[in-house]
Write a protein that binds this ligand. Structure first.
Ligand SMILES: [Zn+2]
Length: 255
């Protein structure tokens, strides 16, 4: 059973001597470009909307540029920002909504990745004003409900709105922003990937189930136990598989 896999089993399935690695060694810029590509394919595809920041050990950030879709960004497009979100290095512009990310990073030293976008399925539940139930195992890979933040105050480039969204997230993993989109935080790229795809899958599955008249959600104890096993370190081999898929489709993502 997939939900029996956990961190301990990663040791059991450690690479055999001589086997090629699941992914080549990647720079932080390459990891971020790949995360953008992977998530675009999963539904984080509202044109040029959406931004991801990844905090570095020295307090600076890497972020995707404003002008480019998540489907076209490459490693060399990734911007390097100072601790206030100002560009240190890069040829593109940074979104005016960067303040949202800086506010969240300032409040959450336990996370290094902050994702905001208007994904296809998450945005539906954000607009409906409900947290989607968990109807299957894949929807349960993260063990908590998103915060529903229902105080829409315009776009997040407004300073007060950014701080309010950061406050609404609190110490949680993710939030549905009413009539807007989603906000997801994570300690690293692997966990960020799992949380982002799980939220979108959960929103899509629940929409489909309820469009047929509804179903029976997973028992809460089963859902929690499943997510507890996978959320902390990501589902084994999943990030690597999806990143390889993007590299195969377009190796220039790493350039
Ligand atoms: Zn937005």
């Amino acid at each position: 059973m997939n939900n029996d896999l956990n961190v301990e089993l990663l040791k059991k399935y450690a690479p055999k001597p001589g086997r090629s690695p699941l992914l080549p060694t990647l720079t932080p810029r390459q990891q971020l470009a790949l995360l953008c590509r992977v998530l675009h394919r999963e539904g984080y595809n509202d044109h040029i909307a959406g931004h991801i920041t990844v905090k570095q050990p020295d307090g600076t950030y890497f972020a995707n540029p404003w002008e480019l879709t998540w489907a076209e960004v490459t490693a060399s497009d990734i911007l390097h920002l100072d601790e206030n979100g100002k560009i240190i290095e890069g040829e593109w512009n940074i979104t005016p909504a960067i303040n949202l990310h800086i506010d969240v990073h300032s409040a959450r030293h336990d996370v290094s990745v902050v994702i905001h976008n208007h994904p296809s399925w998450g945005s539906v539940w954000s607009a409906v004003g409900r947290v989607p139930p968990i109807y299957d195992q894949t929807s349960a890979m993260v063990d908590s409900d998103p915060v529903y933040y229902d105080e829409y105050r315009g776009t997040v480039e407004d300073g007060a709105a950014g701080r309010a969204a950061a406050n609404a997230l609190g110490q949680e993993k993710w939030a549905l922003l009413a009539n807007h989109g989603v906000l997801i935080v994570a300690k690293n790229i692997r966990q960020a990937h799992l949380r982002a795809i799980t939220l979108e899958w959960r929103c899509k599955m629940a929409w489909r189930v309820e469009s047929l008249g509804g179903g029976t959600p997973l028992p809460a104890s089963v859902a929690t136990e499943t997510g507890r096993r996978t959320d902390e370190n990501g589902f084994p081999f999943l990030w690597e598989a999806m990143a390889r898929d993007e590299i195969r489709r377009d190796p220039s993502v790493l350039e």
